[in-house]
Design a protein around this ligand. Structure first.
Ligand SMILES: *Cc1c(COP(=O)(O)O)cnc(C)c1O
Length: 355
């Protein structure tokens, strides 16, 4: 830990908003905690991060975030257990991935202690904002964007790093019907699909709107080249259970290396579930649906942890998935949230205590 972090400056809000918050009826990511972590990059280096009151930011209209979309983010959660201890889940993986994303967008990397010590300081200041209610958590959004300006299409020379947090209730998506995409792509070889770059999501909104108009809630992305292989479910990784085998695609330029995804793979394997990480064709899924071998499909990501899929549409036909008594989705979700919230042993060493 370096000197900058030992002296991390904290400017507290004069008017906390916490008394207005109904912690028993939290939505997802709608209200924001009293403080945020703020840090600027200028003249080739990051300034010391500060904890400051949650506030608007002033940007020049020429800031490159607006024109060239240099912006990357992360999504994490903090949990409070029955003893009021605070836990994160594999936070170093988020830190590393933030820098992987930043690299791809020609943005400066963030030093590890700025992220980890900055986050810990923020969580201490806003400890009261971390919900204790079952199923609730503090959603954490670290992000870096180009705050430096100029209309020249080149990387900015100034950046801003912020961590903002939002106390959030369980993320209920309900029964999700998905449409397997045949035209649009989320990502391509050599592209930025593996990065959590803001523009990736902007590009998903329109095809998702079209799917919603057709009566689906989400898009299943297929490979950009042939649209024959299943890649992701909206902004989540996807798992498909055929008979008793759980299948997910290998990470690549196009598929984001999700922390939930890799945790599910390890957890399922440790429980004796057969897991295959391999290309999975739409044809194989449709065939399995037709002959009754398709048991489950679900999305995996930090926000929902696991989001079950009730059915999918493909080339004008809808396929329903069966209601299962012993679904992998519900047992794995239970196992992973028990580990995250310190209700179960953590043989993997994933849990990280904030102190
Ligand atoms: C964030 C994200 C995921 C899930 O990653 P986690 O680390 O599990 O939250 C999957 N796919 C995409 C496209 C994402 O942006």
């Amino acid at each position: 830990m370096n000197a900058i972090i030992n002296n991390l400056e904290i400017i507290r809000t004069k008017s906390s908003k916490i008394k207005d918050v109904d912690f028993d009826n939290l939505k997802f990511g709608q209200i924001f905690s009293d403080h945020m972590l703020l840090c600027h990059y200028k003249d080739g280096q990051w300034d010391a991060p500060k904890v400051v009151p949650y506030q608007s930011i002033n940007l020049d209209p020429s800031a490159k975030i607006f024109h060239y979309g240099q912006a990357v983010f992360e999504g994490m959660k903090a949990y409070k257990d029955a003893n009021e201890d605070v836990w994160l889940f594999r936070p170093m993986d988020n830190y590393k991935r933030l820098n992987i994303s930043a690299n791809r967008l020609a943005m400066p990397e963030l030093p590890e202690d700025y992220f980890m010590e900055g986050l810990k300081a923020l969580l201490k200041v806003d400890n009261e904002w971390i919900p204790k209610q079952d199923g609730s958590s503090l959603y954490i959004r670290p992000f870096i964007f180009a705050s430096g300006g100029g209309f020249h299409a080149s990387p900015a020379d100034e950046y801003t790093f912020i961590i903002a947090t939002a106390p959030s209730g369980a993320y209920f998506s309900g029964k999700v019907k998905v449409l397997i995409e045949e035209k649009y792509s989320r990502s391509a070889n050599g592209g930025v699909g593996y990065a959590k770059a803001g523009g990736n999501y902007a590009g998903q909104f329109y095809p998702t709107q079209l799917a919603v108009e057709k009566g689906y809630q989400q898009v299943i992305w297929t490979d950009d080249n042939t649209h024959e292989y299943i890649e992701e479910a909206g902004a989540m990784n996807i798992f498909v259970r055929i008979k008793d085998t759980l299948i997910t695609g290998p990470t690549s330029d196009r598929i984001l290396d999700g922390i939930t995804r890799k945790s599910i793979i390890e957890l399922a394997e440790s429980e004796g579930i057969a897991v295959e990480v391999r290309k999975l064709s739409v044809h194989e899924v449709v065939e399995a649906a037709q002959n009754g071998d398709l048991k489950e499909m679900f999305g995996a990501g930090t926000a929902a942890v696991i989001s079950p899929i009730a059915g999918f549409g493909y080339k004008g036909t809808d396929y329903d998935l069966p209601e299962l008594e012993n679904s992998y989705a519900s047992s794995l979700k239970q196992r992973i949230t028990d580990i995250q919230t310190n209700k179960a042993e953590d043989p993997f060493g994933w849990r990280f205590k904030v102190e």
